[in-house]
Design a protein around this ligand. Structure first.
Ligand code: CUA
Length: 335
């Protein structure tokens, strides 16, 4: 988008699409504004009262005209709806092969961790041309993660995970903001996204190596919190349901409802285990609410996800310890 209009920079696969839709909305608005003003002026002159005793002709109405001015706006409104919905769905469904980045908001900073372990505060380094999925939560109040140059923005809520994704198209440094008033230093709660060539990004990653990946950190927490005494050291199940391959599977609950085991479900099962009891198990698990903070919760979730059978990892990663590797024929839900 060039600068005769004061648009923010455009640096993601989504931003040009959002801009095109926005220009279409502006174009339609401008067209009808001008049309209506022109017609008003024309009618004022054309149909003005020419002498004081003039009485206007009665008007019968016109089916043709009324149909026209109902159908055309309807089609225009539907085109906006369809186009907007298409972009909305594309934006709200992160692709399966995206690199995952964990984001925790707190008053007043963004704590970011890559799936390879690197941590950042108020900065996010990403490679150009790769899909990045953000898994976000808050330690206190509602924040909102907003990168104008990518045209993405989503609330970051305490007690649950929200996600958004992007694919950056141009290397550079782009502002990121908190876009939800969250207290005194809300306006300072921002930073930069640094988009790098893949080669530079790999250098950056290896320059910040030697950090425990969230999955590995989650595994040691899994052991130290004693989760293994019920779920098995490698997630194979026992008094508690097997965790091997559970992520993204459909879990059958007592009462025979089925629930998709996404990040939110895993989180809830740690903080509020009684909420959804897996079919065939008793409500014996204690809550870990308050014993683990949001970052640790994300690490536990990352560990359980690493127990899944199919987990594409495109970043050069230090793999989780061999004991965390799932066997190839692992299945999800217990009977
Ligand atoms: Cu965080 Cu505003």
């Amino acid at each position: 988008m060039q600068s005769w209009i004061p648009f923010p920079e455009s640096a993601s696969t989504l931003s040009s699409e959002v801009d095109a839709l926005y220009l279409y909305l502006c174009g339609v608005t401008l067209f009808f504004t001008l049309l209506i003003y022109a017609v008003v002026v024309y009618f004022v002159i054309r149909y003005r009262r020419r002498n004081p005793s003039e009485i206007p002709r009665p008007i019968e109405g016109s089916i043709k005209l009324e149909t026209l001015w109902s159908v055309i706006p309807f089609l225009l409104a539907m085109s906006m709806f369809a186009w907007g919905a298409q972009i909305y769905f594309q934006n709200s469904r992160p692709p399966k092969n995206a690199n995952e980045v964990y984001v925790v908001g707190k008053q007043w900073m963004w704590k970011i961790q890559h799936s390879t372990g690197q941590r950042e505060i108020n900065e996010l380094h990403v490679p150009v041309g790769r899909k990045i999925k953000l898994i976000m939560t808050s330690e206190d109040t509602i924040h909102d993660f907003f990168i104008p140059a990518f045209r993405i923005k989503a609330d970051v809520l305490p007690g649950k995970y929200t996600t958004q994704w992007f694919e950056a198209t141009t290397p550079g440094r782009y502002h990121l903001f908190c876009a939800e008033y969250c207290g005194m230093n809300h306006s300072g709660m921002g930073g930069y996204v640094v988009v790098m060539e893949p080669k530079d990004f790999d250098n950056w990653l290896s320059g910040n190596a030697n950090q425990t990946s969230p999955a590995a950190a989650g595994q040691s927490m899994f052991e130290s919190l004693g989760c293994a005494s019920c779920h098995g050291a490698n997630g194979e199940g026992g008094r508690g349901p097997a965790l091997l391959g559970v992520f993204n599977s459909n879990v059958v609950l007592s009462g025979n409802q089925t629930v998709k085991a996404d990040e939110g479900y895993l989180r809830e099962s740690i903080t509020n285990p009684q909420a959804k009891i897996v079919n065939g198990f008793g409500p014996i698990m204690p809550s870990f609410q308050g014993q683990v903070n949001e970052e640790q919760l994300l690490q536990l979730v990352a560990f359980v996800k690493s127990l899944s059978t199919a987990k594409p990892e495109t970043v050069t990663a230090k793999p989780p310890p061999a004991s965390a590797k799932p066997s190839a024929n692992a299945t999800g839900t217990p009977k």
